[in-house]
Design a protein around this ligand. Structure first.
Ligand code: HEC
Length: 115
């Protein structure tokens, strides 16, 4: 076997290894990724949209009614609570969103704001 061929084989094995690691992640990872994408979508599409009232750099949102989310950096639990119960002049989304959608939005906002 030439040196080049050996290198190519080693590279292939490394690639396979990487693919295996990617697949071997707990299933939650894939679910989380889907949720974050769904949350991103909802941030602008739910009515009233979060972006109307909040700034969040990752989305280009520049609303000024509520606190800028990049500064607040809420964790997912805090976002979830605000969404379920409403807070101050922010309406509750309990009737507008499914549990899964609320979790997705919370996950997205927490990740996008590094909360
Ligand atoms: C009508 C304007 C408005 C909309 C729409 C809105 N918010 Fe808010 N939001 C506010 C205001 C105002 C506050 C601050 C309330 C207070 O602290 O009294 C707030 C607070 C928050 C907080 C902080 C809660 C805390 O514990 O301090 C989070 C997180 C949040 N909003 C996320 C969202 C998300 C996600 C959406 C979209 C689903 C959204 N908001 C839609 C106005 C809005």
């Amino acid at each position: 076997m030439s040196t080049n061929a050996r290198r190519a084989t080693a590279g292939g094995a490394a690639l396979l290894g990487a693919a295996w690691i990617a697949f071997a992640q707990p299933p939650l990872r894939a679910e989380e990724a889907t949720d974050v994408a769904m949350g991103r979508e909802l941030f602008d599409s739910i009515v009233p949209a979060c972006s109307t009232c909040h700034a969040l750099r990752a989305t280009g949102a520049a609303g000024e009614v509520g606190p800028p989310l990049d500064e607040l950096r809420p964790d997912a639990a805090r976002v979830e609570k605000a969404l379920r119960d409403g807070i101050g002049s922010m309406p509750s989304y309990r009737e507008l969103l499914t549990d899964q959608q609320i979790r997705a939005l919370a996950l997205f906002v927490a990740q996008a704001s590094a909360g």
